[in-house]
Design a protein around this ligand. Structure first.
Ligand code: ACO
Length: 324
Protein backbone atom coordinates (compact mmCIF):
# COMPACT_ATOMS: atom_id res chain seq x y z
CA UNK A 1 0.00 0.00 0.00
CA UNK A 2 1.29 3.47 -0.95
CA UNK A 3 0.00 6.67 0.64
CA UNK A 4 -1.07 9.18 -2.01
CA UNK A 5 -2.04 12.85 -1.69
CA UNK A 6 -5.34 13.05 -3.54
CA UNK A 7 -6.76 16.34 -4.86
CA UNK A 8 -10.16 16.40 -3.16
CA UNK A 9 -11.14 19.94 -4.10
CA UNK A 10 -10.05 22.92 -6.18
CA UNK A 11 -10.97 26.61 -5.84
CA UNK A 12 -9.89 30.03 -7.02
CA UNK A 13 -10.48 33.71 -6.60
CA UNK A 14 -9.78 36.73 -8.80
CA UNK A 15 -10.00 40.39 -7.74
CA UNK A 16 -13.02 42.16 -9.25
CA UNK A 17 -11.00 44.78 -11.13
CA UNK A 18 -10.21 43.45 -14.65
CA UNK A 19 -7.81 45.60 -16.67
CA UNK A 20 -7.56 45.11 -20.44
CA UNK A 21 -4.49 45.84 -22.56
CA UNK A 22 -6.32 48.89 -23.93
CA UNK A 23 -6.91 50.14 -20.36
CA UNK A 24 -3.20 49.66 -19.63
CA UNK A 25 -2.16 51.49 -22.79
CA UNK A 26 -3.78 54.63 -21.36
CA UNK A 27 -1.15 54.77 -18.59
CA UNK A 28 1.84 52.90 -20.07
CA UNK A 29 3.60 53.35 -23.44
CA UNK A 30 2.35 50.06 -24.94
CA UNK A 31 -0.42 48.67 -27.14
CA UNK A 32 -2.86 45.78 -27.25
CA UNK A 33 -1.12 44.58 -30.44
CA UNK A 34 2.35 44.42 -28.82
CA UNK A 35 1.17 42.66 -25.65
CA UNK A 36 -1.04 40.18 -27.53
CA UNK A 37 1.58 39.29 -30.11
CA UNK A 38 4.51 38.90 -27.67
CA UNK A 39 2.67 37.32 -24.73
CA UNK A 40 -0.90 36.26 -25.58
CA UNK A 41 -2.17 38.34 -22.64
CA UNK A 42 -5.48 40.19 -23.16
CA UNK A 43 -6.33 41.20 -19.60
CA UNK A 44 -5.36 40.80 -15.96
CA UNK A 45 -7.11 41.26 -12.60
CA UNK A 46 -5.65 43.80 -10.16
CA UNK A 47 -6.24 44.00 -6.41
CA UNK A 48 -8.24 46.93 -5.04
CA UNK A 49 -6.75 49.40 -2.57
CA UNK A 50 -6.51 47.60 0.76
CA UNK A 51 -7.09 44.14 -0.78
CA UNK A 52 -4.35 41.80 0.44
CA UNK A 53 -2.84 38.48 -0.61
CA UNK A 54 -4.47 36.85 2.43
CA UNK A 55 -7.91 38.03 1.26
CA UNK A 56 -7.36 36.30 -2.08
CA UNK A 57 -5.88 33.20 -0.40
CA UNK A 58 -8.77 32.85 2.05
CA UNK A 59 -11.38 33.20 -0.72
CA UNK A 60 -9.64 30.56 -2.88
CA UNK A 61 -9.17 28.17 0.05
CA UNK A 62 -12.82 28.56 1.06
CA UNK A 63 -13.86 27.65 -2.50
CA UNK A 64 -11.53 24.62 -2.50
CA UNK A 65 -12.96 23.41 0.83
CA UNK A 66 -16.47 23.78 -0.63
CA UNK A 67 -15.49 21.77 -3.70
CA UNK A 68 -14.01 19.05 -1.43
CA UNK A 69 -17.10 19.06 0.79
CA UNK A 70 -14.87 19.53 3.85
CA UNK A 71 -15.05 22.06 6.67
CA UNK A 72 -11.90 23.92 7.69
CA UNK A 73 -11.73 22.18 11.07
CA UNK A 74 -10.82 18.94 9.26
CA UNK A 75 -7.58 20.45 7.87
CA UNK A 76 -4.21 19.48 9.45
CA UNK A 77 -1.81 21.74 7.52
CA UNK A 78 -1.89 24.96 5.48
CA UNK A 79 0.82 26.05 3.05
CA UNK A 80 0.62 29.29 1.08
CA UNK A 81 2.95 29.80 -1.88
CA UNK A 82 3.44 33.53 -2.29
CA UNK A 83 6.00 36.17 -3.19
CA UNK A 84 3.76 38.97 -1.98
CA UNK A 85 2.93 38.23 1.68
CA UNK A 86 0.74 40.78 3.46
CA UNK A 87 3.67 41.52 5.76
CA UNK A 88 7.31 40.40 5.90
CA UNK A 89 6.11 38.30 8.82
CA UNK A 90 4.01 36.53 10.04
CA UNK A 91 3.33 34.18 7.16
CA UNK A 92 0.19 34.77 5.11
CA UNK A 93 -0.69 31.14 5.86
CA UNK A 94 -1.30 32.11 9.51
CA UNK A 95 -4.04 34.51 8.35
CA UNK A 96 -5.65 31.69 6.38
CA UNK A 97 -5.44 29.38 9.40
CA UNK A 98 -7.09 32.00 11.63
CA UNK A 99 -9.90 32.53 9.11
CA UNK A 100 -10.65 28.93 8.16
CA UNK A 101 -9.03 26.26 10.31
CA UNK A 102 -8.41 25.00 13.86
CA UNK A 103 -6.02 26.95 16.08
CA UNK A 104 -2.80 25.02 16.60
CA UNK A 105 -2.34 23.36 13.22
CA UNK A 106 0.91 24.14 11.35
CA UNK A 107 0.77 26.85 8.68
CA UNK A 108 3.61 28.46 6.77
CA UNK A 109 4.52 30.16 3.50
CA UNK A 110 6.71 28.82 0.72
CA UNK A 111 8.69 31.28 -1.39
CA UNK A 112 9.72 30.01 -4.82
CA UNK A 113 8.13 32.79 -6.91
CA UNK A 114 6.36 31.40 -10.00
CA UNK A 115 7.30 27.80 -9.04
CA UNK A 116 5.82 28.28 -5.57
CA UNK A 117 2.69 26.21 -6.11
CA UNK A 118 4.68 23.19 -7.34
CA UNK A 119 7.05 23.62 -4.38
CA UNK A 120 4.07 23.82 -2.00
CA UNK A 121 2.52 20.69 -3.50
CA UNK A 122 5.81 18.82 -3.07
CA UNK A 123 6.18 19.89 0.58
CA UNK A 124 2.63 18.92 1.49
CA UNK A 125 2.81 15.66 -0.46
CA UNK A 126 5.82 14.69 1.64
CA UNK A 127 4.02 15.60 4.89
CA UNK A 128 1.10 13.42 3.85
CA UNK A 129 3.31 10.51 2.71
CA UNK A 130 5.22 10.72 6.01
CA UNK A 131 1.92 10.41 7.90
CA UNK A 132 2.25 13.87 9.48
CA UNK A 133 -0.95 15.22 7.89
CA UNK A 134 -4.12 13.57 6.60
CA UNK A 135 -5.61 16.64 4.96
CA UNK A 136 -4.05 19.91 3.85
CA UNK A 137 -4.64 23.03 1.81
CA UNK A 138 -2.04 24.30 -0.66
CA UNK A 139 -2.69 27.80 -1.91
CA UNK A 140 -0.93 29.90 -4.53
CA UNK A 141 -1.82 33.54 -3.87
CA UNK A 142 -0.32 36.76 -5.19
CA UNK A 143 -0.97 40.47 -5.16
CA UNK A 144 1.90 40.52 -7.64
CA UNK A 145 1.05 43.91 -9.15
CA UNK A 146 2.22 45.46 -5.85
CA UNK A 147 5.78 44.62 -7.00
CA UNK A 148 5.51 46.31 -10.38
CA UNK A 149 7.28 49.43 -11.57
CA UNK A 150 4.52 50.96 -13.70
CA UNK A 151 7.09 53.02 -15.61
CA UNK A 152 8.84 49.81 -16.84
CA UNK A 153 6.83 48.59 -19.81
CA UNK A 154 9.09 45.54 -20.15
CA UNK A 155 7.56 44.04 -17.01
CA UNK A 156 4.40 45.85 -15.91
CA UNK A 157 2.24 44.54 -18.77
CA UNK A 158 3.01 40.90 -17.95
CA UNK A 159 1.54 40.31 -14.48
CA UNK A 160 -1.76 40.09 -12.61
CA UNK A 161 -3.21 39.13 -9.22
CA UNK A 162 -5.26 36.16 -8.00
CA UNK A 163 -5.28 32.97 -5.98
CA UNK A 164 -5.98 29.28 -6.43
CA UNK A 165 -6.08 26.42 -3.95
CA UNK A 166 -6.33 22.66 -3.68
CA UNK A 167 -7.41 20.49 -0.77
CA UNK A 168 -5.28 17.35 -0.51
CA UNK A 169 -6.36 14.28 1.47
CA UNK A 170 -4.46 11.07 2.20
CA UNK A 171 -5.55 8.12 0.07
CA UNK A 172 -4.29 4.61 -0.62
CA UNK A 173 -2.77 3.44 -3.87
CA UNK A 174 -0.84 0.49 -5.31
CA UNK A 175 2.27 2.54 -6.03
CA UNK A 176 1.87 2.79 -9.82
CA UNK A 177 0.75 5.47 -12.27
CA UNK A 178 -2.88 4.24 -12.14
CA UNK A 179 -3.16 5.56 -8.56
CA UNK A 180 -5.21 8.66 -7.88
CA UNK A 181 -3.26 11.56 -6.38
CA UNK A 182 0.19 13.08 -6.70
CA UNK A 183 2.39 10.49 -8.44
CA UNK A 184 5.65 12.45 -8.15
CA UNK A 185 7.10 15.93 -7.76
CA UNK A 186 10.44 17.24 -9.02
CA UNK A 187 12.04 20.47 -7.77
CA UNK A 188 15.12 22.38 -8.90
CA UNK A 189 16.91 25.70 -8.42
CA UNK A 190 19.94 27.53 -9.76
CA UNK A 191 20.80 30.65 -7.77
CA UNK A 192 23.54 31.58 -10.23
CA UNK A 193 20.74 32.96 -12.43
CA UNK A 194 19.60 35.46 -9.77
CA UNK A 195 20.07 38.53 -11.97
CA UNK A 196 17.80 37.23 -14.73
CA UNK A 197 14.65 37.81 -12.68
CA UNK A 198 14.50 39.40 -9.24
CA UNK A 199 13.08 42.18 -7.09
CA UNK A 200 15.49 45.04 -6.37
CA UNK A 201 14.60 45.38 -2.70
CA UNK A 202 13.81 43.51 0.49
CA UNK A 203 13.88 43.75 4.29
CA UNK A 204 17.44 42.43 4.52
CA UNK A 205 18.93 44.70 1.84
CA UNK A 206 17.16 47.96 1.06
CA UNK A 207 14.42 47.74 3.73
CA UNK A 208 11.98 48.45 0.89
CA UNK A 209 9.73 46.11 -1.05
CA UNK A 210 11.42 46.77 -4.40
CA UNK A 211 10.27 46.20 -7.98
CA UNK A 212 10.47 43.30 -10.42
CA UNK A 213 13.45 43.37 -12.80
CA UNK A 214 13.82 40.90 -15.65
CA UNK A 215 15.96 40.03 -18.66
CA UNK A 216 13.05 38.80 -20.75
CA UNK A 217 14.85 37.07 -23.61
CA UNK A 218 17.15 35.09 -21.29
CA UNK A 219 14.26 34.10 -19.04
CA UNK A 220 12.36 32.87 -22.08
CA UNK A 221 15.27 30.71 -23.25
CA UNK A 222 15.90 29.17 -19.81
CA UNK A 223 12.16 28.61 -19.27
CA UNK A 224 11.70 26.46 -22.37
CA UNK A 225 14.80 24.36 -21.61
CA UNK A 226 14.14 23.87 -17.89
CA UNK A 227 10.43 23.18 -18.28
CA UNK A 228 11.01 20.60 -21.00
CA UNK A 229 13.54 18.82 -18.75
CA UNK A 230 11.18 18.91 -15.76
CA UNK A 231 8.41 17.33 -17.82
CA UNK A 232 10.69 14.56 -19.12
CA UNK A 233 11.79 13.92 -15.53
CA UNK A 234 8.19 13.45 -14.35
CA UNK A 235 7.36 11.14 -17.27
CA UNK A 236 10.48 9.01 -16.73
CA UNK A 237 9.92 8.74 -12.96
CA UNK A 238 6.48 7.21 -13.59
CA UNK A 239 7.28 5.25 -16.79
CA UNK A 240 4.60 7.26 -18.60
CA UNK A 241 4.68 8.38 -22.25
CA UNK A 242 3.89 12.00 -23.18
CA UNK A 243 0.89 10.69 -25.15
CA UNK A 244 -0.67 9.43 -21.89
CA UNK A 245 -0.98 12.95 -20.48
CA UNK A 246 -4.54 14.23 -20.63
CA UNK A 247 -3.77 17.83 -19.66
CA UNK A 248 -0.76 20.04 -19.11
CA UNK A 249 -1.49 22.73 -16.52
CA UNK A 250 1.57 24.97 -16.81
CA UNK A 251 2.62 28.11 -15.03
CA UNK A 252 1.13 30.85 -17.19
CA UNK A 253 3.97 33.24 -18.03
CA UNK A 254 3.62 33.73 -21.73
CA UNK A 255 1.62 31.98 -24.47
CA UNK A 256 4.77 31.66 -26.57
CA UNK A 257 6.53 29.76 -23.75
CA UNK A 258 3.50 27.43 -23.45
CA UNK A 259 3.41 26.80 -27.22
CA UNK A 260 7.17 26.32 -27.59
CA UNK A 261 7.32 23.91 -24.61
CA UNK A 262 4.37 21.84 -25.91
CA UNK A 263 5.98 21.71 -29.34
CA UNK A 264 9.35 20.55 -27.95
CA UNK A 265 7.54 17.78 -26.04
CA UNK A 266 5.48 16.75 -29.06
CA UNK A 267 2.28 17.39 -27.10
CA UNK A 268 -0.83 18.65 -28.87
CA UNK A 269 -1.33 22.34 -27.88
CA UNK A 270 -5.06 21.61 -27.38
CA UNK A 271 -4.03 19.59 -24.27
CA UNK A 272 -2.56 22.68 -22.62
CA UNK A 273 -4.86 24.61 -20.27
CA UNK A 274 -4.29 28.28 -21.14
CA UNK A 275 -5.42 31.14 -18.90
CA UNK A 276 -2.58 33.59 -19.49
CA UNK A 277 -4.85 35.46 -21.93
CA UNK A 278 -7.38 36.13 -19.14
CA UNK A 279 -5.17 36.36 -16.01
CA UNK A 280 -1.67 37.31 -17.28
CA UNK A 281 1.18 35.93 -15.13
CA UNK A 282 -0.07 35.54 -11.55
CA UNK A 283 3.15 33.88 -10.33
CA UNK A 284 2.43 31.15 -7.71
CA UNK A 285 -1.32 31.49 -8.30
CA UNK A 286 -1.28 30.70 -12.00
CA UNK A 287 -1.26 26.87 -11.87
CA UNK A 288 -4.12 26.46 -9.38
CA UNK A 289 -6.09 29.18 -11.21
CA UNK A 290 -5.65 27.24 -14.47
CA UNK A 291 -6.43 23.92 -12.76
CA UNK A 292 -9.61 25.42 -11.34
CA UNK A 293 -10.59 26.71 -14.78
CA UNK A 294 -10.08 23.27 -16.38
CA UNK A 295 -12.07 21.51 -13.64
CA UNK A 296 -14.85 24.13 -13.59
CA UNK A 297 -15.44 24.01 -17.34
CA UNK A 298 -15.48 20.19 -17.36
CA UNK A 299 -12.30 19.59 -19.37
CA UNK A 300 -10.31 18.08 -16.46
CA UNK A 301 -12.16 15.06 -15.08
CA UNK A 302 -11.56 12.50 -12.30
CA UNK A 303 -9.08 9.80 -13.31
CA UNK A 304 -7.25 11.95 -15.86
CA UNK A 305 -3.49 12.44 -15.85
CA UNK A 306 -2.43 16.07 -15.31
CA UNK A 307 1.08 17.41 -15.57
CA UNK A 308 1.92 20.68 -13.83
CA UNK A 309 5.16 22.55 -14.54
CA UNK A 310 6.57 25.92 -13.57
CA UNK A 311 9.63 28.12 -13.58
CA UNK A 312 10.34 31.35 -11.76
CA UNK A 313 12.90 33.68 -10.23
CA UNK A 314 15.83 32.09 -8.48
CA UNK A 315 15.77 30.36 -10.89
CA UNK A 316 13.46 27.75 -9.46
CA UNK A 317 11.59 25.21 -11.54
CA UNK A 318 9.77 21.92 -11.20
CA UNK A 319 6.94 19.61 -12.15
CA UNK A 320 4.24 17.46 -10.58
CA UNK A 321 2.40 14.55 -12.17
CA UNK A 322 -1.07 14.04 -10.70
CA UNK A 323 -3.95 11.68 -11.41
CA UNK A 324 -7.16 13.56 -10.63
N1 ACO B 1 4.95 47.61 -25.20
C1 ACO B 1 5.53 48.00 -26.35
N2 ACO B 1 6.82 47.78 -26.64
C2 ACO B 1 7.55 47.15 -25.71
C3 ACO B 1 7.01 46.72 -24.47
C4 ACO B 1 5.66 46.98 -24.24
N3 ACO B 1 5.05 46.62 -23.10
N4 ACO B 1 7.98 46.12 -23.76
C5 ACO B 1 9.10 46.16 -24.52
N5 ACO B 1 8.84 46.79 -25.69
C6 ACO B 1 9.75 47.03 -26.80
C7 ACO B 1 11.18 47.08 -26.37
O1 ACO B 1 11.52 48.35 -25.87
C8 ACO B 1 11.91 46.74 -27.66
O2 ACO B 1 11.96 47.92 -28.44
P1 ACO B 1 13.32 48.28 -29.27
O3 ACO B 1 13.50 47.14 -30.22
O4 ACO B 1 12.95 49.58 -29.91
O5 ACO B 1 14.38 48.36 -28.23
C9 ACO B 1 10.95 45.79 -28.37
O6 ACO B 1 9.68 45.95 -27.72
C10 ACO B 1 11.38 44.34 -28.27
O7 ACO B 1 11.69 44.04 -26.93
P2 ACO B 1 12.18 42.61 -26.53
O8 ACO B 1 12.52 42.61 -25.08
O9 ACO B 1 13.22 42.16 -27.51
O10 ACO B 1 10.86 41.74 -26.78
P3 ACO B 1 10.69 40.20 -26.74
O11 ACO B 1 10.24 39.73 -28.06
O12 ACO B 1 11.84 39.49 -26.10
O13 ACO B 1 9.46 40.07 -25.76
C11 ACO B 1 8.97 39.48 -23.49
C12 ACO B 1 9.56 40.52 -24.44
C13 ACO B 1 7.48 39.37 -23.77
C14 ACO B 1 9.18 39.94 -22.06
C15 ACO B 1 9.66 38.14 -23.74
O14 ACO B 1 11.05 38.26 -23.72
C16 ACO B 1 9.23 37.11 -22.77
O15 ACO B 1 8.12 36.68 -22.74
N6 ACO B 1 10.14 36.62 -21.92
C17 ACO B 1 9.82 35.67 -20.91
C18 ACO B 1 9.76 36.36 -19.63
C19 ACO B 1 8.55 36.04 -18.82
O16 ACO B 1 7.57 35.53 -19.26
N7 ACO B 1 8.69 36.43 -17.60
C20 ACO B 1 7.66 36.25 -16.66
C21 ACO B 1 8.25 35.94 -15.35
S1 ACO B 1 9.23 34.53 -15.44
C22 ACO B 1 8.25 33.29 -15.42
O17 ACO B 1 7.17 33.39 -14.98
C23 ACO B 1 8.79 32.07 -16.01
Amino acid sequence: MTIRSVIAGVGAYLPANAVSNADLAKRVDTSDEWITERTGIKKRHIVADGEKTSDLAIAAARAALGSAGLSGDKIDLIVVATTTPDETFPATAARVQAALARPGIPSFDVQAVCSGFVYGLAVVDNFIKAGQAKSAIVIGAEAFTRLLDWSDRNTCVLFGDGAGAVVLTAGEGRGDSADRGILSTHLHSDGRQHDMLYVDGGPGSTQTTGHVRMKGKEVFRHAVTNLTEAVHEALAANSVQASAIDWIVPHQANKRILDTTAEKLGIDPSKVIVTVDQHANTSAASIPLALNQGVADGRIRPGQLVLMEAMGGGFTWGSALVRM
